[in-house]
Design a binder for this molecule. Structure first.
Ligand SMILES: NC(=O)c1ccc[n+]([C@@H]2O[C@H](COP(=O)([O-])OP(=O)(O)OC[C@H]3O[C@@H](n4cnc5c(N)ncnc54)[C@H](O)[C@@H]3O)[C@@H](O)[C@H]2O)c1
Length: 272
């Protein structure tokens, strides 16, 4: 029986697996879950980044680094097996790994570029979620799955990044469908929809000479009523909440972490 005195936000004793953990949001989330008590399996295809991530994670708790390619089912199976052997069965999966869409007009997008983005950004989420779900069902313990989606999955941005937006809207539907399908197994499935968050990926995009960084910044800020871009830490609390018992009755939710972006009509006026 659950301890009634346990802080429902506390993650002590839980095992979390985070993909895309070598960088940006995945790294910040891994650290945040570790600081809240979870043992963390940090997974990424980038082994160098992963080593640094695990060094910072071990400051706050038990952590391992696992190399994974989220497009490869065998690699995913090995990742879950290693996490279970070294930390225990995974209670929390955070899907974060992604590659950006090449910026190209949709009418000219080569098939292989389209398929590559969908393979990592959507099929990768499906494969990791499926492997986690199978284990959570078999154990009877349930669990929490948190998918990093984007405001771009709920509304269009028109910046010639079609595959990315389509992958994110697919993640939103995957979240809702599995929340219903797996509710009977006490597996909660939720998504976070961030606006522009200052991670290495976003900085690289804004610094790319093909993009007008200052113009982009003005466009981003025009859509964020709270008046600033996000920091990785802005996403950590909402993910930790969804991962925890405090969210025991929350499933199938697409939670914007967007400073009010999705609440505002594109023609809306911000009060000076
Ligand atoms: N940064 C933002 O503004 C923003 C906004 C909305 C949503 N998001 C979402 O948050 C998530 C993380 O974004 P980020 O900005 O932290 O990105 P990032 O580029 O900093 O991190 C992505 C990580 O995924 C890893 N990765 C790539 N392909 C992989 C594969 N095949 N297998 C395993 N790992 C792989 C990379 O090595 C990298 O460490 C993404 O899903 C992104 O769409 C980010």
């Amino acid at each position: 029986m659950e301890d009634p005195k346990r802080d429902p936000f506390d993650l002590t004793g839980r095992v979390a697996l985070v993909t895309g953990a070598a960088s940006g949001l995945g790294l910040a989330i891994s650290i945040g879950l570790s600081e809240r008590g979870a043992a963390v399996a940090a997974a990424d295809i980038n082994e160098v980044g992963l080593r640094q991530a695990v060094a910072s994670l071990r400051v706050s708790g038990r952590a391992i680094g696992v190399r994974v390619d989220v497009t490869d089912p065998a690699s995913i199976e090995a990742m879950f097996d290693r996490a279970a052997q070294e930390l225990g069965p995974v209670d929390i999966l955070v899907n974060c790994a992604f590659v950006p869409s090449p910026k190209v007009a949709s009418e000219d997008t080569p098939l292989d570029a389209w398929e590559r983005v969908l393979r990592v950004d959507l099929t990768g989420y499906f494969l990791c979620t499926q492997a986690a779900g199978k284990r959570m069902i078999a154990s009877g313990r349930g669990g929490s799955i948190v998918n990093l989606s984007s405001i771009t999955g709920s509304s269009g941005i028109g910046r010639e990044l079609l595959g990315y937006g389509v992958a994110k809207s697919g993640i939103n539907q995957l979240t809702r469908e599995l929340a219903i399908e797996w509710a009977r197994y006490k597996i909660r499935v939720n998504a976070i929809l961030p606006c522009q968050i200052l991670t290495p990926a976003l900085r690289a995009f804004m610094d790319d000479p093909a993009n007008d960084g200052q113009g982009l910044l003005r466009t981003f800020l025009h859509g964020i009523p709270l008046g600033r871009l996000g920091n990785p830490e802005d996403v950590v609390g909402p993910v930790a909440f969804l991962a925890s018992d405090a969210a025991a009755m929350v499933t199938g939710v697409l939670l914007p972490v967007d400073g009010g972006n999705l609440a505002m009509n594109a023609g809306g006026t911000l009060r000076e």
